[in-house]
Unconditional design. Structure first.
Length: 287
């Protein structure tokens, strides 16, 4: 497994793959890898086969964190991540520095961003207004540097995946986007690097997101269709059983357009976010 830190070295590697017709799959991550990430790596290998190259990027991207957010507290476990990547048969780990990704940013010398203007406004974008500009910018940069044929994202970040698909379509990027299912702990909690920042008491209550999704799904399956308002009050009741979690938003929407719906039926997607003392968790499912 190769470790590449320099943007120019990664570009040389990508150009060589291009010249030799070697297919490349990219799994973009911010590190603190868990079984959910590893499922993306396996999917990446399936997509390019044994002769292709699987590249995992590990980069905690500062531009997707607002000043008051958890950039400094974001968990970092590089040695373990590298060991996991090696064990999973990753070919290259790309781990650039801030100064190579955003030269001179601190002094205003970096000034080009990619902005998706529609799907980014709601849900995560409502709570974190500059977040998706940072995500689309860094993902576009990673695509330019790594030149992947395919890139794999997790369904836990459903809105992110929809925005990246839109960016790829709108900007004619030659990369196929694949979305892999959410991997869950035994109690249903979606695997996330941020789970590491839950206290034991919070961890015991963190299944409230999944319990809310299940309660909504059960209500929709029982009635055929239910108003979003009614489902929201049901979810607020579920959150009363987990006082350490504060519901940030819950939304019901079309899976592709992310348009909110007032009447929820089978096929509608539900997403929610909850705040704990040092972690903010998100989850979503098809109802
Ligand atoms: O989902 C993530 O971990 C990040 O948003 C991503 C896609 C790696 C961009 O920094």
């Amino acid at each position: 497994m190769r470790k590449i830190s320099k943007v120019t070295a990664m570009q040389r590697y990508a150009a060589e793959c291009g010249r030799s017709g070697t297919r490349v799959a990219l799994v973009p991550t911010m590190g603190c890898l868990h079984a959910g990430h590893m499922s993306l790596v396996h999917k990446a290998r399936k997509q390019v086969g044994p002769g292709g190259r699987v590249v995992v990027s590990i980069y905690v991207n500062p531009t997707q964190f607002a000043a008051n957010e958890d950039l400094d507290a974001y968990p970092r476990t590089l040695d373990r991540d590298l060991a996991d990547c090696r064990a999973a048969g990753v070919d290259v780990v790309f781990m650039p520095s801030d100064s190579s990704m955003y030269p001179d940013r601190e002094r205003g010398g970096y000034s080009t961003y990619v902005n998706e203007e529609n799907l980014s406004a709601s849900m995560e974008g409502g709570s974190r207004p500059t977040h998706f500009r940072g995500v689309t910018t860094v993902v576009a940069k990673l695509f330019n540097i790594v030149r992947p044929d395919v890139a794999i994202f997790g369904a836990k970040d459903w809105q992110q995946a929809a925005i990246i698909r839109r960016m790829v379509r709108d900007l004619n990027m030659a990369v196929k986007i694949t979305v892999a299912p959410t991997v869950r702990e035994a109690d249903g909690l979606a695997m996330s690097s941020r789970n590491a920042n839950l206290s034991p008491a919070e961890r015991a209550q963190a299944d409230v997101l999944y319990r809310s999704l299940r309660a909504a799904r059960a209500a929709v399956r029982a009635a055929g269709s239910v108003s979003a308002a009614k489902l929201r009050s049901g979810i607020r009741r579920v959150f009363k059983t987990a006082p350490l979690a504060k519901l940030d938003y819950v939304e019901f929407f079309h899976p592709d357009t992310l348009e909110p719906v007032r009447t929820v039926s089978s096929g509608t997607r539900m997403a929610l976010a909850a705040r704990f003392s040092r972690a903010r968790l998100i989850d979503n499912e098809r109802l």
